[in-house]
Structures are given as C-alpha cells and as structure tokens.
Design a protein around this ligand. Sequence first.
Ligand code: ADP
Length: 445
Amino acid sequence: MQSLDRLRGAAAALPFRPLFWILLYIAAAELSIMLFLHWALPDGTSHTVLTLLDSVLLFFACLPIVWRFFAVKREVEAYRQNEVLMQREHDFEQALIETMPGIFYLLDDDRRFVVCNRNMETVTGYSARELTGKSALDLFLGHERDLFEGGIGMAFSEGRSEVEAQLTSRNGQEQPFLFTCVRTRLNGIPYLTGVGIDIAERQRNARLLEEKTQAIESSNAELEQFAYVASHDLREPLRMISSYVGLLEKRYAAKLEAEALEFIAFAKDGAQRMDHLILDLLEFSRVGRTTHPKSPFDVREAINVAVANLALAIKENQAEVEAPGDMPVVLANPHELIRLFQNLIGNAIKYRHADRPPHIRVECKMVKSEWVFSVADNGIGIDSHYFDRIFLVFQRLHSRKDFEGTGIGLAVCKKIVEHHGGRMWVTSVPGIGSTFSFALPMSSS
Ligand code: ADP
C-alpha cells in the first residue's frame, strides 16, 4: 500500500516540476551561451551570426531536456498502468476476503486488527472502523483468551497454527470458532492472516453423536446382559421339564398307550431342541465379553483345534480339510477364534453335496492392511439372494428334516469377527460350493 501511495504522489507532482526545471535549464543555458559567445567571438561579429550560433548552441543544449521530457512521460504512463493493475489486484483480494464463508483478519505483531472482512463485523458486532487497531485478544475472555493468544503466539513463532476458542461478541454472546492463523510478511514486517470458521453446529452434532453412541452402547450392553441372564435362567425350568417328562416315561411307560408315548417323545425332543437353542444363544451373548482377553494366537493352532473338535464329523463324511502350514499370528480371543473356524468348517461338512465327499480349503491372504481368511467348500452352495440373511440370528435356509441346526452359527461367526475389528462375507454358486471369508486388521497381528 505504501509503494502505491508513493507512485501516486510522484505522478501528481510530475506536470509542474519539469516545467520549472526546463525554464531554469533554458535560462542557465542561454546565459552560459551568451557568456561563451561574448568571450569566444571577436568584437564586431554580426548580429545575424550571433543569433544563428546562439540558436544552434541552445538547440543542442536543450536536447537532453527534450529527451528527459519524453522519458518522464513514459514513466508516468508506466506508473498509471501499474496503478490500474494494483487497484485490480486490490479489488480481487477484497472480493475474495468478502466472499469467504467465515471471518477473515490481518493482525500486526501487537495482535491488533489491520484488516478484517464484513463477516467479522457481523460476528463481533463492532464496525470495521472500531475493529481497526483494536487488540484481537479483547474479543476473548478468561481461558478462551489464553487459548487464542497461544494460537497466535505459535503462528508467529512456527508459521502456522489452528486453535478452537470461544469468541465473545460486543453483546457478550460466546461463539465457538476454529481459527487458522498463518504468519506472513508485508514490506518486511511480520503480520498474521487468519480465518475463523463457526463450529457451533459441528460441536452440537458431535455432542449428539456422542450421546447417541452412548445410548446405543448401553442399550446393547443391556440387551446382551438380558440375553445372557434369560438364556441362563431359562435352562433351569427346562431341565425340570425334561427330567419330569423322562420320569413320566420311565415310571408309566407300561401303562400308557402308544399315542401318549409318542407325545412324551415329542415333548422330550422339544425340550432338547430348546436346550440347544438356549445354549447357542448363551454362546452368542458371550461373544465379546471381556472374560477371555485377546492375546497373540497362531491361526494355524486355531484351525488345528477346530479340526480336532470336528474329527468325528470329518471321519463320518470322509471330508478332507486342506490348510497351509504357515498362518499369521493375530491378536485374538483364542476361544472365539477356534469357535469361528469350527463353525465354518462344521457348516462346510454339514452342508455337503450328496454326490461328493466334502473338500474344504482354508486360505489366508494379505490384502492391503488386512489378513483375509477364507473357508471354501464344494457343498450345496447358497443362492445369492440369502447372502445377508444367513448371518442373522435364527435364520435358516433348510428345515430340521434336511439339516440339523439352530440358525445361530454364522451369527456367532460374524459377531466374533466384528469383535476383532473385522468384517465377514460369503460368495457362493448353488450346486458348486461356497466360500466364507473374513478380514481382520493387521494391527491385530
Ligand atoms: P445352522 O447351520 O444352525 O442352520 P448357521 O447360522 O450356521 O446355522 O447357518 C445359517 C444358514 O446358512 C444355514 O441354515 C444354511 O442354510 C446356510 N449355510 C451355512 N453354511 C453353509 C455352507 N457352507 N454351505 C451352504 N449353506 C450354508
């Protein structure tokens, strides 16, 4: 701004100064020519010769002045062009500052406002005139003032800073802002440019999200607790029902008709099924409980234990389980990891194709920052329509007549994977086979 003013001053003074200097120059030149002629020429030289010589000498003496005049003219034009360009630049900067969504300010090293935009006036309630020269710290109270001052100090020393602080307007209203300050130099003097963004909405949303997350977490915990207690307590009366039905059959079998015995068998079967359901539900509700902490566990070990637990089913179905010798070590709950592989390999055997013995292949790949495990089989396969449904609790695609089960195994698998920060999915071709995959973050290794 200072250089622009200097240019303006110089340009304004130019038309008068040259005229003065030209006249002075011509007078001096004329005087010196006259003195020179008087001294150099002999007396009696004619008046015509004198005038001629005087004109020629004056012409040459004035040449530098003419040259200088045009040079100055060129300079004036250049100044004017420069001024137009600088004015355009200034207008552009002003438009930029005014169209900013937040507040804009330029502070000197005494923390005083030099420039600010109209948003600043609206937010603070002070006019631009009142703000100019006012200390920016005066817009903050107590701890907020310390925060903002710290942010500014850091920007002056480090070059840049970001700070959240509550700005207090003229009428005492506090508004949270995120201030970004950047150190700059104008004509060698340090200044600070900054923008402030109103974060009241963002803070409100963050608070709401936090409240909702807490509500969901506590409701989830309550539900899990409820499922656990309910399934645990339900087993006791169920045991009573089964033992009394068993007693009834034992004591009175001889006296009862065949139909009554059939009813007793139905009741016993129902009680047994209910017991399985409750046990599965108990297992589902136990996933993620902190009773089994996570520890580094070799996945190969988990597969070995799962296969050993399924030895009978593997033998009966002449199943073949193929898994690489080398598997990563992951940070996991060992009990849950074993259960995960046991459920997947167990299902691969259970949902076998009638025409061929089960062949199960377990694999592990490193994809970006995850370990991706897969359990592939050559079983009956699943229609893609049911890919999501099968992971829900109690969702089955077959009747008990075709395949035994409670419909909770895959829900348990998914919960275990998610408890370890991963995700799970299935791909399948009906009649050909299915591949159940799950990804665990490598940070859990
Ligand atoms: P359950 O086996 O007790 O029915 P799951 O939750 O383990 O419960 O499985 C849900 C459903 O997904 C099963 O009823 C079955 O239809 C289907 N399913 C699971 N694993 C496989 C598999 N390997 N091949 C084909 N279908 C499967």
